[in-house]
Ligand binder design. Structure first.
Ligand SMILES: *Cc1c(COP(=O)(O)O)cnc(C)c1O
Length: 362
């Protein structure tokens, strides 16, 4: 049977070991006689699952003690509204939020935040067709902005930050890390808030992680729904309302898997090797094209185009025959996209590279 490699941008590939563990636990978790799906979120069994997940994530990302980790619902898009709802309440209204527009997802964040605040687009990569991050020297930041929002990995455009923005003391950076969280070490203390939907690099859809510095809690607008008020969620250990229990359980298994692999430093090493292998095949001649400036190319999401786009369908059909799945690009940009998250082994990238070479007649 052909080995299957899944290059979906999300929901995305999960480690086989994690899925096997979930299958073994499905009907009876650790002799409890229950599936995790059937457990009360307030019972001792689930509380132990939740606490282990929180502890392991804190260890993996070296989250400082003055940051809360919240397990929420609604995905990255809902968090685009939840973030401004939580961070502008203490300001004269309307508050101003700075954004760096680097692609589709920061664009969506701008639209959503504009409902609750004045948006200042401090810099935009639009004129360059989102092929890089505008250098910070060109950003037009607002002196008393509530915060700066960045999307540190643009999942659709394949643009990844290679630096942490430098802001004056007291200024807050909010980062949407949905599609590269846990792919590399990150200095959490440089950010006020880090958030991410789980279905790219963590686990199943339905779970959103929020890592927030404690002094940023309690600044919500009065209209913020209580289930989305970070302070309420934090004060109740993410159990103000029912959290996405099964997704938290799977995320917890992924965190344990990451620890067994050697943590995020080892993930970064592997992700660099995978990305170099794939980009080298795309750059070998002009049969394929990735348009992102080399220093901002994403290690996680690799969009590419065939020079002759009339061959797109044939390319995808041949890929599918070889077990290389979900390579079609996002409908808004066309072309192809290979997402090579933590759970994609280098063998999968090698299989794709072999096919790229074969299809190009090399
Ligand atoms: C996928 C994604 C989102 C949106 O996630 P949903 O769960 O679909 O709301 C937001 N930001 C980034 C960077 C993403 O990749």
């Amino acid at each position: 049977m052909t080995h299957i490699y899944n290059f979906s941008a999300g929901p995305a590939v999960l480690p086989k070991e994690v899925l096997a563990q979930a299958a073994a636990d499905m009907l009876d978790w650790h002799g409890s006689g229950m599936s995790v799906m059937e457990m009360s979120h307030r019972g001792p069994e689930f509380i132990s699952i939740y606490q282990a997940a929180e502890r392991d994530l804190r260890e993996l990302l070296a989250v400082p003690a003055n940051y809360k980790i919240l397990f929420m619902q609604g995905g990255g898009l809902a968090q685009n509204a939840i973030v401004p709802l939580n961070l502008v309440g203490h300001k004269a209204q309307p508050a101003t939020i700075d954004f760096v527009h680097t692609g589709s997802w920061s664009g969506k964040s701008i639209k959503e935040a504009a409902r609750y605040a004045t948006v200042n687009v401090a810099a935009s990569g639009k004129a360059g067709a989102f092929t890089g991050v505008p250098p910070q020297s060109e950003w037009q930041l607002t002196p008393d902005a509530a915060y700066l929002h960045v999307c540190t990995n643009e999942t659709i455009d394949g643009v990844e930050y290679n630096f942490v923005p430098e802001l004056p003391a007291g200024a807050t950076i909010v980062a949407d890390m949905s599609s590269h969280i846990l792919s590399r070490p990150v200095d959490v203390s440089r950010y006020g808030v880090i958030f991410g939907g789980a279905q790219k690099n963590i686990g199943p859809a339905g779970l959103t992680l929020v890592i927030v510095r404690e002094d940023l809690l309690g600044k919500a607008l009065a209209i913020c729904p209580s289930a989305f008020d970070w302070k309420t969620v934090a004060d109740n250990e993410s159990m103000y309302n029912t959290p996405p229990t099964y997704a938290i359980y799977i995320a917890g298994l992924v965190f344990q898997w990451l620890k067994r692999q050697g943590g995020v430093a080892e993930m970064e090493r592997r992700n660099i090797a995978k990305a170099e292998l794939l980009y080298a095949a795309l750059d070998a001649d002009d049969f394929y094209q990735n348009r992102v400036a080399k220093e901002y190319r994403s290690r996680m999401n690799v969009p590419f185009y065939l020079r002759d786009e009339s061959k797109n369908e044939a390319f995808l059909a041949g890929a599918k025959q070889r077990g290389l799945l979900q390579l079609k690009g996002h409908k808004s940009v066309g072309g192809m996209r290979a997402s090579i998250y933590n759970a994609m082994p280098i063998e999968g990238v090698q299989a794709l590279v072999d096919y790229l070479n074969e299809f190009a007649g090399r």
